[in-house]
Design a protein around this ligand. Sequence first.
Ligand code: LFR
Length: 475
Amino acid sequence: MRSGSVAAIDLGATSGRVVVGRVADAAVRLQIVQRFENNPVRHWEGTTEALHWNLLEQYRSIRIGLRAALRQEGELHSIAVDSWGVDYGLLRDGALLGNPYHYRDERTARGMRATHELISPEALYAVSGLQVIPINSLYQLADDRLAGRLAAGDCALLIPDLITYWLTGRLVAERTNASTTGLLDVRTREWATDLLERLSLPRDLFPELVEAGTPVGALLPGLAEEIGAQIPVHTVGSHDTASAVVGLPAVGDDFAYVSCGTWALVGVETEHPVLTDAGRRENFTNEGGVDGRTRYLKNIMGLWLQSESIRTWEHAGRQIDLTALLAEAAALPGGAHFDANDPRLLAPGDMPARIAQCCAEAGQPVPQTPAQFVRAINESLADAFAAAVHAAAALSGKEVRVVHIAGGGSQNALLCQLAADRLGLPVIAGPVEATAMGNVLVQARATGLPSGSLDSLRAIVAASAPTRRFEPRTH
Ligand code: LFR
């Protein structure tokens, strides 16, 4: 295997990073060169307050990170971007028309109602194979259409594609993330033109689809000068979850995964979409994976429940030390259980109050202290993970013998142990940076550094990233 370095730009809902991946001797070393906060901004918009991403700030930080990465490595073989799914920027003549909306903005409920007046959720699922969840791009696009914003634009770019455009000047839509729009035909993996017409969404809005691992172009001349060299840009699994699933240290095929960050994405990898009515009723989704695989999974609220609770407490003037809080929560004999996927928990706001209400309604003891809330959150997430893994296995017919928990949640020993207990299966925790790992490996493969199938890329992950194993405790 040849050796060399690439740079992964990995944007998450709470923070972004520029990560250098050094590939050599069938192993990868990751180093975070630049980490930056991702703080959404609420601002007044006519008659309501709207929630937006501050994407220009992210782009500014990315450029600083790339410059630092190049200075450190001397040479970069490639750059590639991934981020959360579903959100997009509208452009006209190449210019961004406004800050992209955040998927937690309330407009999604309006867009969902308007869309389901045109087409039923069942008919949508038959085309896209996607779960009904208000954040999906098609609902956001419906709101843009009704508000007259869509008519002003001539191109819609998902977040990683928008950053790639700002790096190279080229307009493409990478397939794994395009699958989160609800507008991709799950069978052909092309834009669903009939559906677009039915929803009055112009076909021209959506650029050419490309696979993960495609060379997109070189850095724009001014940018190459600023960063310090001309570097090729590739696509990867630009949906962060697609990259995270590549970046698992999985051996063989009998595994399920929990990609646990702001969201927890729980499911299995399959060769083909699973389009059964039972799966639709359970709200399982078929998202596009790297190398044509399917990510058959379910969205669980994830660490958002914890981070938004902490934000609420800190806003009220409390000092929170997460490590100490988790230790205190782990020392409690148990905790309340609530439905971690209650839709009322999706929007920003007073999370502890809403969790208290969910617990009360479920007939559970209502948490009083931050440690009790955190214990209840982790208990309830573990319940939801176990239910989703068992459902994914039953619905897809896959045998699951081990569950990989990757991402930030893999550092939470309480959560991993509770998940192993609830699952009755071993949990392998790590890597924390599975998404950056998947991003690095797919672009490195595109430049000819390693080669081979997803299995061989995952063998590189297993050789490179420390993991921790949790066995289920029997009571
Ligand atoms: C995870 C993720 C999920 C997607 C949600 C919103 O970061 O990408 O896969 O459902 O964010 O885009």
